[in-house]
Design a protein around this ligand. Structure first.
Ligand SMILES: *Cc1c(COP(=O)(O)O)cnc(C)c1O
Length: 454
């Protein structure tokens, strides 16, 4: 299987090269040349455990990795999950199920992809005798999940920049209390935007980039989207056969990476009824899927911070399919959007997507209602998905984070504070963070001094 860029100006790459490259050099995102039809395999896949199912699925895509090696990489990626089902499905009512995606090491769904990505990187380092230095800027969840994906892996180092004093104490502890020698939590004196600007400047230095083999953590890596297809498949296979084709997945959405994975699986022949895009008050995708207009607005920080986005970086992949896989049209639309901050789709066909949005004022009330009606505690991101569930179908809500990550919001809503043993354990460990000014020279010098070299 080969991988093409949505912008059509990058030669096709094999799986491992596309994963190592991340963003295509033409600015596009990688997609499989052809989506396989899996409809004939579904019967055979019923009853497989999570890691076995993930292997069966990923082998259709990772065709340049020998099957036994891939099986081992996948198996290893789901050993740090604390629930035996990895992605347990819980029934809350006759028409309502929750797919819990927060039993990984950082208690959020990003672990599903980043545990696997970390092991793919490690495999490549071994295979090619190279090292890799991963860089990212975070305002919360992605940094921790990326760190746990690479924790202690030989040949790798990870540097995560975050605004000092502006991430929650628990989030900081997840990044700065790992004790791993290859992890560097860089507390930058500035805002998230400052940290991101510095990161961009450093990654823009081609000489440094090649010499230290720098790679960016981001939400657009091909392997992330493919890994995320698997929990939709796993959940769908677990539903009673009579209900499967009536199931709508309801997905707390920010950058569109999570829900895109479900949609791609549907395109591969899995008969899913549809997807609901549940946004918070930063609702560019809600507006797009209800009006056909894609228009940027300023970000308003919310109680569901991992969905605080201005533009949805993975949307370009969906766009590519929706314009008939025509890279010239993708380039035209993205250029117009970049220049004007808006694009209007005429005759927009929203396919099987529906959308909802949820303001901060609504989130605590939803947490309280779900707790009252179902005895179930949802985190503020998942709460957005409970906004208006459709009564005529089976809703499968994706729970993207553990409520224990957001104790203050939950306490304010229902008066109790959820906890998790892994977060409690962090509280007794020393915080090891490096305070640095928000300037590229200082941070670059730090990275030079601590990078791994092959
Ligand atoms: C990242 C994240 C989201 C948004 O996922 P996208 O793939 O960006 O749409 C939702 N909830 C939580 C808890 C997250 O960490």
């Amino acid at each position: 299987m080969r991988y093409l860029s949505t912008r059509g100006q990058t030669p096709p790459l094999g799986f491992s090269d596309a994963v190592a490259t991340g963003l295509a050099p033409d600015g596009g995102l990688f997609l499989p040349e052809k989506l396989p039809d899996v409809s004939g395999q579904l019967k055979r896949w019923e009853g497989l455990g999570y890691a076995d199912l993930c292997f069966e699925f990923m082998r259709l895509f990772a065709t340049d990795i020998p099957a036994p090696t891939l099986r081992a990489i996948v198996a290893k990626s789901y050993t740090a999950f604390s629930h035996p089902d990895i992605a347990p499905l819980k029934k809350l009512g006759p028409q309502l199920q929750v797919l819990e995606l927060f039993h990984g090491p950082t208690l959020a769904f990003k672990d599903f992809a980043l545990q696997l990505l970390g092991n793919l990187y490690e495999h490549q380092c071994q295979e090619r005798g190279q090292s890799i230095n991963v860089l990212g800027a975070t305002s919360g969840d992605t940094g921790a999940a990326a760190i746990y994906g690479l924790l202690g892996k030989p040949g790798t180092a990870i540097f995560i920049l975050y605004p000092d004093g502006r991430v929650s104490p628990l989030q900081e502890r997840q990044m700065a209390c790992t004790g791993a020698a290859n992890v560097f939590a860089l507390a930058v004196d500035g805002t998230f935007d400052d940290a991101q600007a510095v990161l961009k400047e450093i990654l823009g230095d081609q000489e440094l980039r090649l010499r230290l083999r720098l790679s960016a953590v981001n939400s657009i890596n091909l392997a992330r989207v493919l890994a995320q297809c698997v929990y939709y498949l796993y959940a769908w296979l677990k539903l009673p056969a009579t209900e499967r084709s009536n199931a709508e997945f309801v997905v707390p959405t920010g950058n569109f990476g999570n829900v895109l994975a479900g949609w791609m699986l549907q395109q591969m022949g899995v008969p899913i009824r549809g997807f609901k895009i549940a946004t918070n008050q930063n609702d560019i995708l809600y507006r797009l899927f209800t009006t056909g207009e894609y228009r940027v607005k300023d970000v308003a920080p919310s109680l569901a911070p991992s969905m605080d986005i201005q533009v949805a970086s993975n949307f370009e992949r969906f766009l590519y399919y929706s314009v008939g896989r025509d890279p010239a049209r993708v380039r035209g639309i993205m250029a117009e959007f970049k220049a004007t901050g808006a694009y209007r789709f005429d005759g927009w066909d929203r396919g099987t997507f529906t959308a909802s949005h949820c303001t901060d004022a609504e989130i605590p009330g939803i947490i309280a209602r779900v707790h009252h009606e179902h005895g179930y505690i949802v985190d503020p991101h998942t709460a957005c998905a409970f906004k208006d569930l459709s009564p005529d179908r089976l809703s499968v809500v994706l729970a993207t984070a553990s409520p224990a990550k957001f104790p203050e919001t939950i306490r304010a809503a229902i008066g109790v504070e959820p906890t998790d043993p892994s977060l409690e354990a962090l509280k007794s460990r020393p915080v090891i963070k490096y305070r640095l000014p928000a300037n590229a020279t200082a941070i670059r010098a730090f990275i030079e001094a601590h990078a791994v070299r092959a």
